[in-house]
Ligand binder design. Sequence first.
Ligand code: R5P
Length: 294
Amino acid sequence: MKIIPGPSSTELGRKIAEILGVETVSVAHKKFPDGESYIRLESEVAGEEVAIVQSTGPPQDTNLIQLFILADAAKDLGAKRVIAVVPYLAYARQDKRFLPGEAISIQTIGKLLKASGIDELITVNIHQEKVLEKFEIPAKNLSAAGLLASYFKSKGLESAFASAPDEGRTEFVMEASKVLGGGYGWLHKERDLYTGEIRTEERTLDVSGKDVIIFDDIISTGGTMANAVKIFKEQGARRVFAACVHPLMIGNAKEKILQNGAEEIVGTDSVPSNVTVVSLAPLIAEELARRIKG
Ligand code: R5P
């Protein structure tokens, strides 16, 4: 197997290759003056199984088109199998028609992955795993819950309460709680479909005097996490930490969450950001190693 670190995930791709002890294929890339992407694979892929590592955080559309071009080029240059490692899969939140006439964007992405020659997808904590069932290529969803929880454990937070801002992350916090051992629970959140405004319900959880870690898949504008931090602080939590797999960190997301009382925000390198602390490389390398062993 050879690893192709895509332009959006160069460092993560190289780390994965280093753990696996396999070669990387460097990618030369640039933007033409009109905004189009140029891609060139700088070494041979003919006859190889390749894993393209290309997360699709902002700018999502550029990162997606680069992924499609890379996959198509690899196949065209003779790669025998193409695995796309896309830790953050853009458009996954638009997974149904919330309002009449809406596009189900993730369905389109699924079709384009197959059309560009990708044989298999590996992603991490996709917003709703069930969308993968409709993809026409095999897709594996890994979970970074253990990695994030272990990070906090190594910082002395071994009996922290694992929580989530809404019911969407229940499995995640249960998994994290197995590492932390301090109990778990979640809040309830509603989002206005027209304005995007969030309302978090103040469910009372037994957090008084405890350290609380709030886990979410994505921090985008930070609104969801900031609300949850505020609620746990008001409920008497000793310290509140914020963690996510995909730190999109749009605008002043970081400040918003810290201003509401979070001690620290911890994200992974799924999307390189100002809160990236934990690397997904060991998790992804372990999964790819299974394919190398056959
Ligand atoms: C949505 O349900 C996700 O799990 C996240 O909670 C959401 O995407 C975070 O968005 P924001 O940071 O803009 O509130």
